[in-house]
Design a protein around this ligand. Structure first.
Ligand code: IVH
Length: 692
């Protein structure tokens, strides 16, 4: 095999291994920066040698062309639905039916899984290109197709989008197939979910765009998987949990427990909360645990799925029209309550968007006292036909803000009297509210609106942004009211206004100094945080980090063209456009300049700082187990180290792989320290630990 081909193959294997560690096992071994180095190297090599690009290369997850629409594909066997149970009695009745349909000599084991609130997907795998044909050596199985459930019989081919889901292996190696006892051709079914954090981020973006928020993560996931632009899908961070393993449309392992184990071995993400139990009591205990667990999960579940574990029993139990007799969905009760709407407030957000917020008679829902709920926008108020004084049904899902789902109209709940009037003027600055055609939200477009400035300041100071402790609601309100602060850079002038600061209510010498110290400290915040703090549309925490790492300085970012911005992983045309627009605005440029003058350092935080290996010289020799020498060189240089071709007394370390020859000998003669690849990675990582 030629050198390049070998390097490409090594990089792919290595990237696949790290993707699995990161996305499936949640146990990364390298930093994002190290991953990027390898990925960029692979991209560069593939660009130089397009003939070597293969569909299952890790580079091929993103950047697929927009689809024209989705082809319709028939399922190998129908993707059925499940019957639902809501009570213990219903579950016991089902157990009874199962047992009656089987010989009384057989015992029944149940396999319990969380019911993930997403949408189901079928993935087809088959031999890769080199594995086809007679006598060909197996190269494992590659992802051939991803199909949505559709109507259960016929789904849509969404392969391009499925490829962007990092927990979906694009390929399963021959060795892993062997270890899992799986054939080269198989089908995996499972659930696509949008994790809570990604859902919230998506809704923030939608809000910034003036679009109605997605109602729940399931709808958002369903919309995403059917998006025609794979780039957008890639940004959304969908996740896939496998729960069925089929061959020719049939389960082929002895039981469901074994199928999940095989899937896990083959590199699929399998939900870790599955459990096999011997009785219905075990099932009930699992359900009780799941209800508690639900509050802590980073994705939504809406119940528990109980499956008869044995494949042979499943076969004999068979199906009714729409659902298998061997499985049942236990659905959690919706977390909802009824209470009275006392008033509606209109809140102005950072972007000027005006959101109606319901003030509720406090009500306990799923262990939390709810006093506020969102009414989203004017259209929603109209749709609900809600009036002040009405009794309303409020639902709470995951971490999402509670929302009003309907007005309760019956004999015991009188209708409210007062209708809700959506304001035409900004409730804070009295400017006329504006609604852009095609958008649902009314906005205050006055950039000097105190409400907007207040929200901008609060966002800037927030934990996870500039981390200015002590600059919360009350303080910001006071600073604004006293005219001490009118914009973000004014915060950094406060130190010259200490006497005025001390005049504020609730501010003593100590707290004033503490606040000033916090503000001072924030000057050294890394570039990524400042960028996030500026509140540029679509630039959330992660995007800010990627931008900072890529451009390395505020100036480079400000000067970047849309094309240069789009070269950053995960940055698409929309985000690029928003950044360019932001920095084209003279007020924003001035804001950045004032921050710079105030002493903000805008230091780009690289996970591996330039100083980590600064002053150290490395010599690479032999074949490293997982990295090419080229990749190792890049990592060392990015961390500030030097790589030289020959060993001398000045060499700090020799990194030796297999078949290291004379250079290793020379190192030993000169007493130069020798590292293996793992040692090098550890060294790079420690450096990362210093600054992370
Ligand atoms: S098994 C024959 N297992 O729930 C269909 N489904 O209400 C068997 N779901 O369409 C599906 N988590 O989208 C199964 N661990 C799980 C699940 C699960 C979520 C969804 C799936 C299915 C729906 C039925």
């Amino acid at each position: 095999m030629a050198m390049v081909e070998r390097e490409i193959a090594q990089l792919r294997d290595e990237l696949r291994r790290h993707e699995h560690l990161y996305y499936v096992l949640d146990a990364p071994e390298i930093t994002d920066a190290q991953y990027d180095v390898m990925m960029n190297r692979l991209k560069a090599l593939e660009a130089e040698h397009p003939e070597l690009v293969e569909a299952d290369s890790p580079t091929q997850r993103v950047g697929g062309k927009p689809a024209e629409g989705f082809a319709k594909v028939a399922h190998s066997r129908p993707m059925l639905s499940l019957d639902n149970a809501y009570t213990e009695d219903e579950l016991r009745a089902w157990e009874q039916r199962v047992k009656e349909a089987l010989p009384s000599t057989e015992t029944v084991r149940f396999e319990c899984e969380l019911k993930l609130d997403g949408l189901s997907l079928a993935l087809h795998y088959g031999p890769g290109p080199a594995g086809r044909g007679k006598g060909a050596q197996s190269t494992g199985a590659v992802l051939l197709r991803g199909i949505t459930r559709g109507d259960g019989e016929i789904g849509e081919d969404v392969t391009t989008n499925v490829r962007t889901i990092r927990s979906v292996p694009l390929r399963v190696s021959a060795a892993d197939l062997k270890a899992a006892g799986m054939p080269e051709e198989f089908e995996v079914r499972g659930e696509v979910v949008l994790p809570q954090a990604a859902f919230e981020k998506l809704n923030e973006e939608r809000e910034a765009q003036g679009l109605a928020p997605a109602a729940n993560p399931r709808n958002a996931a369903a919309g995403t998987i059917r998006t025609l632009e794979p780039n957008i899908v890639a940004q959304r961070r969908l996740d896939f949990y496998a729960y069925f393993l089929l061959r020719d449309g049939e389960m082929f392992l002895g039981d469901q427990t074994a199928a999940l184990a095989a899937l896990r071995t083959a590199g699929f993400r399998v939900n870790s909360h599955a459990q096999t139990v011997e009785s219905m009591d075990g099932v009930l205990a699992f359900i009780a645990q799941a209800e508690t667990l639900r509050e802590t999960l980073s994705y939504e579940i809406d119940g528990v799925v109980i499956k008869v574990d044995s494949t042979s029993q499943q076969r004999r139990l068979g199906f009714t029209g729409r659902a298998p007799r061997w499985a049942m969905a236990y659905k959690f009760a919706a977390r909802a309550g009824v209470t009275q709407l006392e008033d509606v407030l209109f809140q102005v957000g950072r972007t000027g968007k005006v959101t109606p917020v319901a003030v509720l008679q406090p009500v306990l829902i799923g262990g939390t006292t709810v006093t506020r709920a969102t009414l989203h926008n004017a259209d929603e108020i109209g749709r609900l036909g809600v009036r002040i004084g009405d009794f309303v049904r409020v639902e709470r899902g995951g971490d999402v803000i509670p929302k009003i789902v309907e007005v309760v109209q019956d004999a015991s709940h009188a209708r409210g009297e007062r209708s809700i009037v959506f304001p035409s003027l900004c409730p804070e600055c009295q400017a006329h509210l504006v609604k852009v055609e095609g958008e649902v939200d009314w906005r205050c477009v006055n950039a000097a609106c105190p409400a907007r400035i207040r929200e901008e300041l609060l966002h800037f100071a927030a934990r996870g942004v500039m981390n200015i402790e002590g600059l919360g609601d009350v303080m910001v309100a006071q600073l604004l009211a006293a005219g001490l602060v009118r914009s973000i850079p004014d915060l950094y002038c406060l130190k010259d206004k200490k006497p005025e600061l001390l005049e504020l209510e609730l501010v003593g010498e100590k707290s004033a100094q503490a606040l000033l110290d916090e503000i001072e400290k924030s000057k050294g915040a890394p570039l990524a945080r400042v960028l996030f703090g500026l509140g540029i549309r679509f630039v959330g925490e992660r995007t800010a980090q990627l931008l900072a790492a890529h451009f390395g300085s505020m100036d480079a970012l400000m000067a970047a063209s849309p094309e240069e911005l789009e070269a950053v992983n995960e940055v698409g045309p929309r985000v690029a456009q928003a950044i360019v627009e932001f920095f084209a605005e003279p007020n924003n440029r001035e804001l950045v300049e004032r921050l710079r003058e105030a002493g903000l350092t805008f230091i780009a935080e690289k996970r591996v700082t330039t100083s980590t290996l600064e002053g150290l010289t490395f010599v690479l020799t032999g074949t490293l187990p997982t990295m090419t020498r080229e990749a190792a060189k890049e990592l060392i240089e990015r961390a500030g180290g030097k790589v030289s071709g020959s060993v001398s007394k000045k060499t700090s370390y020799v990194v030796a792989g297999e078949e290291a020859g004379s250079k290793l000998e020379k190192a030993q003669q000169l007493g130069v320290a020798v590292l293996d690849e793992a040692g090098l990675i550890e060294m790079l990582r420690q450096g990362a630990g210093d600054v992370a």
